[in-house]
Ligand binder design. Structure first.
Ligand code: FES
Length: 181
């Protein structure tokens, strides 16, 4: 039997009516037209459907709608700010990390979650964070390069933000912003 739910997705409120057991992935793709999360295995194994819930990477194919509550859901579409890609998205483009592209949603979401918890991950940390995300094309070398690039871009972003703060506090002195090559 259908019930009414209010969801917080990508900073917007959405009213949906569905069976409480419906996997969140179906709601995101079919009701909200958010096709970043992909349907791969439907069993929580491949990671293609990954999303962030309160900043943690989870598999949308195994979360029933009734379990979401008031938590903040972020999909691939919600990572950038509208005009600019998220640094992790940019890093994956820079590294040409896509082959068929089906796994990229999960790889990017896992990387964003990793960098939120650990801004300076070691190679072992990166491999551990992506260990449960499957890529059938075998583009793991490029994906690892993309994550390393994302670490550099994110750290440059943090340094730029600190420079902006200092500039604001010192009355708007000229700031030099950097972007890794
Ligand atoms: Fe959800 Fe594979 S589709 S983990």
């Amino acid at each position: 039997m259908s019930k009414a739910f209010q969801l917080d997705v990508n900073g917007s409120q959405w009213a949906v009516e569905a069976d409480p057991k419906t996997p969140l992935l179906y709601i995101l793709r079919n009701d909200l037209a958010l096709n970043g999360p992909k349907f791969g295995c439907g069993l929580g194994e491949c990671g293609a459907c990954s999303i962030l819930v309160d900043g943690r990477a989870v598999r949308a194919c195994t979360i029933p709608l009734s379990a979401v509550g008031s938590r903040c859901v972020t999909t691939l579409e919600g990572l950038g700010d509208g005009d600019n890609l998220h640094p992790v998205q940019q890093a994956f483009i820079d590294a040409a990390a896509a082959q068929c592209g089906y796994c990229l949603n999960g790889m990017i979401i896992a990387t964003v979650a990793l960098l939120q918890q650990n801004p300076s991950p070691s190679e072992a940390d990166i491999r551990e964070a992506l260990r449960h995300n499957l890529c059938r094309c075998g583009t793991h070398i490029e994906i690892l390069a993309a994550v390393r690039g994302a670490v550099e871009l994110s750290q440059a972003d943090l340094r730029n933000e600190a420079a902006r703060k200092v500039a604001r506090m010192s009355g708007g002195a000229t700031e030099t912003l950097e972007r890794p090559q």
